[in-house]
Design a protein around this ligand. Structure first.
Ligand SMILES: Cc1ncc(COP(=O)(O)O)c(C=O)c1O
Length: 348
C-alpha cells in the first residue's frame, strides 16, 4: 500500500532489461553516443518537430536549468503558489537561474489568468527596483492532481506571448496529464505556446531519467554550457538514453501512465462510495486528495499504508474538522487494484 509518491515505485522491467543490456557494451561518453543521438531523434518524432533535448538526473535540475537558460538580470518567473519550483526545490530554480520565483494564486493548483496579469503588472520591463517579468512556468499535471485543459494552457501562453515571455512547463507527470487529456505531446505543448518542457520519466517507470526539451532549438544555445557548469552532464549519459528508449518504445510510457491514472480512478470511486472518506477536491491524474478521520488514517498506517498528510490549500472549500486529516494518495505504474482495495478496506 504505497501511496506516498510515485517516486517510491521501482522501475519497470522493460527499462531495467534495457539498462542491463546497455551495461555490457562500450559507447562514446558525455551524450555523444549513437544511442543518445537516436533518442534525441525519437523526441523529434514524439513532438512532431525538431526539438533540442538535454538529459538530466532530476526534475529539480530540469526545471532549474530550463529557467537558467532564459535568465534575464533582475528577472522574475511567475509560478503557481503551490508549484514545485516554489515549494519543493529548496530555491534551486532561483539559485541556478539567478531569478526570483513569484507566486500566483489560483484554484485547483492552476495559475489563475487574472491573478497572473495582476501580478505581472507589478513587474514591468523598466522596473529596475522590483525586477522585471522574465518567464512563466506552469505544472502539467499540477501538484494537486488537476490538469490544465489545452485551452487553459493557451490562455496562459497568450498572456506570456503578449509580454514576449517564454512559457515553461514542468512535466514531471507529463505522461499522466497527456493520457488524462487524451492529447498528443505536440498538442499539449508547442501547439499551445509552450516553449520549454521539463519532461519527466522517473515517476512513471524509469530509474532516473528526466529531459529538458526546447521546441525552438535556437533557445537552447547556452544549455550545453549551463548543464556542464551545473554538473548535470553525465559521462554515461547513454544510460538515461537507454531508459528513454525503453520508456518511449511502443507507447510503454503512455500505457504506464494510463495504468497509474486508472488506479487513481479506482481510488476515487472507492473513496467516494465510502462512509469514511470524502474527496478534498476533484483530480484527474494519478494523485487523489481525500479527507479521512484521523482514526482511519492511523489504522491504515498501522496496517502498512504509506501516504502523506497534506497541508490544506488556502482556497480549499471543503472543511477539515478537528478529528479529520487531509491526505495525498499517489498511484503509479506499479500500483495494483489489490493495493487500492486494501487501502480502502484499511480506512473503512
Ligand atoms: C511537479 C513536480 N515537479 C518536479 C519534481 C521533481 O522532483 P525531483 O527533483 O525530486 O526529481 C517533482 C517531484 O516530486 C514534482 O512533483
Amino acid at each position: 500500500m504505497f501511496f506516498a509518491s510515485d517516486n517510491w515505485a521501482g522501475a519497470h522491467p522493460a527499462i531495467n532489461e534495457r539498462l542491463l543490456r546497455e551495461s555490457t557494451r562500450f559507447a562514446a561518453a558525455y551524450g555523444t553516443s549513437e544511442l543518445d543521438r537516436s533518442i534525441e531523434q525519437r523526441f523529434n518524432e514524439i513532438f512532431e518537430r525538431e526539438v533540442a533535448v538535454f538529459f538530466v538526473a532530476t526534475g529539480t535540475a530540469a526545471n532549474s536549468l530550463a529557467l537558467a537558460s532564459i535568465e534575464r538580470p533582475g528577472g522574475v518567473v511567475f509560478a503557481h503558489s503551490e508549484a514545485h519550483v516554489i515549494e519543493d526545490e529548496c530555491g534551486a530554480p532561483d539559485f541556478f537561474s539567478g531569478m526570483r520565483m513569484i507566486p500566483v494564486e489560483g484554484a485547483e493548483g492552476k495559475i489563475n489568468p487574472l491573478n497572473l496579469k495582476a501580478r505581472m503588472a507589478r513587474y514591468p520591463q523598466d522596473a529596475v527596483h522590483h525586477g522585471r517579468a522574465a518567464a512563466i512556468t506552469l505544472t502539467q499535471a499540477t501538484e494537486v492532481g488537476s490538469i490544465y485543459s489545452l485551452d487553459e494552457i493557451q490562455v496562459i501562453a497568450d498572456i506570456a506571448k503578449g509580454e514576449s515571455l517564454p512559457l515553461h512547463m514542468d512535466g514531471a507527470r507529463f505522461a499522466n496529464a497527456l493520457v488524462g487529456l487524451d492529447a498528443t505531446p505536440a498538442e499539449m505543448t508547442w501547439k499551445r505556446g509552450v516553449d520549454i518542457l521539463s519532461f519527466g520519466g522517473t515517476k512513471n517507470g524509469c530509474w532516473c531519467a528526466e529531459a529538458i526539451v526546447f521546441f525552438d532549438p535556437d533557445m537552447a544555445r547556452e544549455l550545453p554550457f549551463i548543464r556542464k557548469r551545473t554538473a548535470q552532464l553525465f559521462s554515461k549519459s547513454r544510460f538515461i538514453a537507454a531508459q528513454f528508449e525503453a520508456y518511449l518504445k511502443d507507447g510503454l510510457w503512455l500505457e504506464l501512465a494510463a495504468h497509474a491514472n486508472a488506479m487513481a480512478d479506482r481510488m476515487r470511486q472507492g473513496l467516494s462510495a465510502s462512509n469514511s472518506a470524502r474527496m478534498a477536491w476533484p483530480t484527474q491524474s494519478n494523485e487523489v486528495f481525500a479527507i479521512i478521520p484521523k482514526g482511519s488514517a492511523k489504522a491504515a498506517g498501522e496496517k502498512g499504508a504509506k501516504f502523506y498528510d497534506w497541508l490544506q490549500p488556502r482556497d480549499m472549500q471543503e472543511a477539515v474538522s478537528e478529528d479529520e486529516t487531509l491526505v495525498r494518495l499517489v498511484t503509479s505504474f506499479a500500483t495494483t487494484p489489490d493495493d487500492v482495495d486494501a487501502f480502502l478496506d484499511a480506512i473503512a
